[in-house]
Design a protein around this ligand. Structure first.
Ligand code: SAM
Length: 218
């Protein structure tokens, strides 16, 4: 029996993944594919891009969700930081793992107020809101203070171009052996260069289809 695979979490996640699949955003249709690709890589225009996508859920895949739960369980994580909450699908997986690890704290960050409100509702429905600190605002600011002394696991899933900067905010708090999961990191070559650099303090491999999995060395 796990929190992830039993009620209320399991039926809730089924419902939310279905809602995520059905969501549409006419606003994003105004962008050409090339323009969207360019904005995904921009370090300055991410606010406008994500505002256009505010009705899209953009969740991790079901497989990545389960992977997050497994990594958090197997590392006995108690302190987790997430960049990019959206409607809370990845947050629910991570919080379920914290519950099954005996408790802990998940700090997550989202700058779109309507998404924060929905995520809060979903976390309440899943019975894990007590484990989660949702920080509303730009993660460059909200993840710059009041962090745990030793972070066990990080999910990077906000604006891809900011992955190096967000890692920089968290790095001194990563415990040796901490795991960093970066979704769609291919959009950020400088992040991949940093975590893959020999002698750079990480072991890092591309994992599954769209994840870079890195281990903080001691
Ligand atoms: C790919 S979605 C996250 C999906 C979520 N992890 C899940 O699996 O359901 C990225 C989210 O990050 C938010 N975001 C992007 N850049 C951000 C920033 N600098 N600070 C806070 N939130 C940000 C966006 O508004 C968007 O909701």
């Amino acid at each position: 029996m796990t929190t992830l695979t039993t009620a209320p979490m399991a039926p809730l996640l089924d419902r939310l993944f279905q809602e995520a699949d059905a969501a549409t955003s006419p606003a994003i249709g105004v962008l050409t594919r090339d323009e969207r690709e360019r904005l995904m890589r921009s370090k300055t225009e991410y606010l406008g891009l994500y505002r256009l996508m505010k009705d899209l859920w953009l969740p991790v895949s079901r497989e990545t969700g389960v992977l997050l739960y497994m990594l958090a369980r197997s590392s006995a994580a108690r302190n987790i930081v997430e960049f990019g909450t959206s409607f809370g699908i990845s947050t629910l997986h991570l919080a379920a793992a914290l519950r099954d690890n005996g408790g802990g704290r998940l700090i997550t960050s989202e700058f779109e107020p309507s998404k924060v409100a929905r995520a809060r509702r979903h976390l309440s429905e899943g019975g894990v809101i007590d484990l989660v600190d949702i920080r509303e605002g730009d993660a460059l600011k909200t993840l710059n203070a009041d962090l745990p002394d030793a972070i066990d696991l990080v999910l990077l899933d906000g604006a891809k171009s900011l992955y190096p900067e967000i890692l920089g905010l968290l790095e001194s708090r990563l415990r040796p052996g901490a795991l960093i999961v970066a979704d769609n990191a291919d959009y950020c070559p400088d992040y991949l260069e940093r975590v893959r650099k020999p002698g750079g303090g990480y072991l890092s491999v591309p994992f599954a289809e769209d994840v870079e999995l890195s281990l903080r060395l001691g």
